[in-house]
Design a protein. Structure first.
Length: 119
């Protein structure tokens, strides 16, 4: 069973940066694809970014392209979401998720970390 723990959220002003971390334990990290999702109040959870098991392929939602970067360090069992030029509309609970690289279902989820961007 894979456990995911996020950290790095907080309250920041618009235009600043945050880096979220997601540490995995209990599985073979290099066999997992990892993604970041966010859910704003009253809205559905949406995928923000994901990366394949070795970090050579990434996806970024249009709303964050040019501002966010996803990366991973398999030696540390950790994935990152670097968020630059934050906007108030980025305010949400950010969760990381993982799935086996052959699966299409995000099986494992972290508890989430709050990101609040003030204008």
């Amino acid at each position: 069973q894979v456990q995911l723990v996020e950290s790095g959220g907080g309250l920041v002003q618009a235009g600043t940066s945050l880096r979220l971390s997601c540490v995995a334990s209990g599985g073979t990290y290099s066999s997992l694809a990892v993604g970041w999702f966010r859910q704003a109040p009253g809205k559905e959870r949406v995928r923000v970014a994901n990366t394949n098991r070795d970090g050579t392929s990434t996806y970024l939602a249009d709303s964050v392209k040019g501002r966010f970067t996803i990366s991973r360090d398999n030696a540390k069992n950790t994935a990152y979401l670097q968020m630059n030029n934050l906007k108030p509309e980025d305010t949400a609970v950010y969760s990381c998720a993982a799935r086996h690289w052959l699966s299409t279902t995000w099986t494992y989820w972290g508890q989430g970390t709050q990101v609040t961007v003030s204008s």
